[in-house]
Design a binder for this molecule. Structure first.
Ligand SMILES: Cc1ncc(C[n+]2csc(CCOP(=O)(O)OP(=O)(O)O)c2C)c(N)n1
Ligand SMILES: [Mg+2]
Length: 667
């Protein structure tokens, strides 16, 4: 081989591969290369908008994809065209995707490689890079739970490894022993940033040690090495499920994206790596070994070119999407046909916390693969003891303690949903959702709209003040989520509603944030059906009826309003408990305001940008002629929520309500 070695810049050791496999590897690398060359021309002609080149990195996409079984999920990034082509997605569909045409994968809603397809078991990236890694964890967890012995392959660049998501995902995968191949394509740069400014260890593979994980370093430009090693690693993971970190050493031959150029890259580096071109070298090797003739080469190239051109024609000739407002809105959520399960007559007086716990338990019984994840939710029973006894009833597979990593767990929940498994994630406190904010608002919320993939996830959010717990254990942050299309937001005030709405939240295939007010957990009691039942979303409950004024509230504020009315028996008010904020029962609001002519909205959240503002605007827009006074909003102070009782009382809206209500009545 020494002569061979001097001829090629890459040392090919073909091991057990036969000639047809070798030629197949070559063809699979050539196709993305030729597509890219065509795209660069189209880019110059202004026919496509943006291009992230994977030229020089094809061996990784192709070698990894050929190591995977067709039913195993792959989560590629922006330079992994070879994954899509090796999975044999029809090129015209890829081109249509890039042009935003209907036969693409996102109905023109997202660009380039930002799409997934269950048909080809590919889950494309969101722009934020890192979240893919945690989503892979979830898919792999589903494989373990269903004893499927499948591998999940996820990609990241070396730049993406600096994101918290990378660390969280590797840690979770290791602690849970998930069958994931974490494929790091170390191509020297993250946009303009060289590796020396990105991380400070010798090899990224070294990080695996810290997570208690196996790792490998592979020459990413050597297709034989990539394929044979990854094939063996994948097979070994199938036999013994576990995570493996693989660092592929390679180089980004072109700019970050085509418009940005490569000025900051030293020319000698580009020249050195050009000699290691994975496609050119392998072609020379095959020819030298007489595995590929000049004529065969020509035939292969002509075949690919024909396919590219024909597919481009199909895509170009496809009509542009005519957008319809209805279709756009309909696709934000997966259709959910609410099924009412009626409660039987047997009731028991329970606290809010018991109702939630019982409801959750009954859903665990009804949905045999429903998984609960959260910090300390297993043997400890959760910090509020909602899941006390669940491990004994359902086992540790389904009631999972998580490391402290909200991002990775929300991402894992997304991955479970992709693999068809429902989950409930307990945020220890709603405040901590900030550490998993990105996957909530960008992954869970947007996936159905983007590529028809629902996120069958309920996030339980113990929230709210009045418990002297200070700025980080008392917030009620529902408005961060009602703002984001794609999420549903539930906020019950009573045990009966909480239990029935939680059952519906779990049945609903869309992402639901389920707010549970901590101050109500043990203070509010009610007779609640003992057995399972459901309640519909988008239906407020009218707790009291009166002709003078409409009071609109949710959560703890409902109780503040009721208390105020108890102290003022002369006030005749409609009290509307919204119960769900998204969807919002606007009809109940309008009907009441049209009757009373006056509306006051009370909530625990601070005023600006709170839900009261939107409800006020809606009333103004829909009931203006019926109003006898300006709509009033009563909310907490525009400060963080403070710790000590006296400050907290001053902060909360509760103390301001009575005066505001009387002012409105006197208007
Ligand atoms: C959270 C986030 N921050 C920044 C960016 C902008 N951005 C997109 S790709 C990229 C570089 C990624 O580098 P690397 O992970 O090494 O992948 P490569 O492009 O080299 O394949 C940056 C900074 C982003 N998309 N998301
Ligand atoms: Mg990089």
């Amino acid at each position: 081989m020494s002569e061979t070695k001097s001829l090629f810049n890459i040392d090919y050791n073909i091991k057990d591969l036969d000639s047809s496999e070798l030629v197949q590897l070559y063809k699979n690398m050539l196709k993305p290369r030729m597509i890219e060359e065509k795209m660069l021309i189209l880019l110059r002609q202004g026919k496509i908008s943006k291009w992230f080149s994977g030229i020089g990195q094809e061996a990784i996409s192709v070698g990894v994809t050929m190591s995977m079984r067709k039913n195993e999920y792959m989560l590629p990034m922006h330079r992994n065209l070879g994954v899509f082509t090796t999975r044999e997605i029809p090129l015209h569909r890829l081109f249509a995707q890039w042009q935003g045409k209907a036969s693409g994968f996102t109905k023109g809603r997202d660009r380039s490689f930002h799409f997934g397809t269950q048909e080809y078991k590919i889950v494309g990236m969101i722009s934020h890079l890192g979240p893919q890694l945690g989503v892979a964890d979830g898919i792999a967890l589903a494989s373990n739970l269903k004893s499927k012995n499948e591998v999940t392959a996820v990609f990241t660049g070396e730049g993406g490894t600096s994101e918290g998501d990378f660390h969280e995902a590797l840690n979770v995968a290791s602690v849970w022993n998930l069958p994931v191949m974490f494929c790091v394509e170390n191509n020297g740069y993250g946009l303009s940033t060289p590796t020396s400014e990105q991380y400070n260890c010798k090899d990224i593979a070294d990080r695996a040690l810290g997570y208690g994980m196996e790792s490998h370093i592979i020459d990413g430009n050597n297709i034989i090495e990539v394929y044979t090693k990854v094939r063996d690693i994948a097979e070994s993971i199938r036999n013994m499920p576990r995570p493996v970190l693989i660092e592929f050493k390679t180089f980004r031959m072109r700019g970050h994206e085509e418009a940005s150029g490569t000025k900051y890259v030293p020319q000698d580096l580009i020249d050195t790596w050009a000699k290691k071109d994975p496609v050119v070298n392998f072609q020379s090797f095959l020819k030298e070994e007489s595995l590929l003739t000049e004529e065969e080469e020509v035939v292969i190239k002509e075949g690919i070119l024909k396919e590219i051109n024909e597919s481009l024609d199909i895509a170009y000739n496809e009509e542009v999407i005519v957008s319809s407002v209805t279709e756009e809105l309909n696709d934000v959520y997966q259709t959910f046909k609410y099924k009412e399960v009626k409660s039987n007559n047997k009731t028991e007086e329970v606290r809010l916390i018991d109702a939630i716990s019982d409801g959750l338990k009954q859903s665990m019984q009804r949905h045999s693969d429903l998984v609960i994840m959260g910090q300390d939710v297993a043997e400890y029973g959760g910090v509020f003891k909602i899941t006390d006894g669940f491990v004994e009833a359902f086992g540790k597979d389904r009631v999972r303690n998580t490391p402290i990593c909200e991002s990775a767990i929300v991402e894992a929940a997304m991955g479970l949903s992709i693999a068809g498994v429902k989950s409930v994630v307990e945020m220890q406190f709603a405040d901590f959702v900030t550490s998993g904010f990105n996957p909530v608002v960008n992954y869970l919320a947007k996936s159905h709209y983007r590529w028809n993939q629902n996120a069958d996830v309920v996030l339980r959010m113990p929230c709210g003040g009045g418990v002297a717990a200070g700025p980080f254990h008392s917030q009620t942050n529902e408005a961060w989520f009602t703002k984001t299309p794609g999420l549903k937001v539930v906020y019950p005030a009573f045990p009966y509603d909480a239990k029935g709405l939680l059952a519906t939240a779990i049945n609903d295939p869309n992402p639901v944030l389920f707010f549970e007010h901590k101050g109500l957990y043990r203070s509010i009691r009610q007779n609640v059906p003992v057995d399972y039942y459901t309640l519909p979303f988008g239906k407020a409950s009218v707790l009291r009826e009166g002709k003078d004024v409409t009071i609109i509230a949710y959560g703890a504020a409902v109780h503040w309003a009721l208390e105020t009315l108890e102290n003022n028996e002369n006030i005749q008010a409609d009290v509307i408990d919204l119960r769900t904020l998204q969807p919002l029962d606007t009809e109940a609001i309008y009907a009441s305001v049209r009757k009373t002519g006056k509306a006051i909205i009370l909530h625990e959240d601070s005023l600006f940008g709170g839900i009261a503002s939107d409800i006020s605007a809606l009333i103004m827009e829909h009931c203006f002629e019926y109003l006898d006074a300006p709509v009033k909003r009563v909310a907490s102070m525009e400060t963080p929520i403070p710790f000590i009782n006296q400050l907290e009382e001053q902060y909360l809206a509760k103390g301001k309500f009575e005066v505001a209500l009387k002012d409105l009545l006197a208007y």
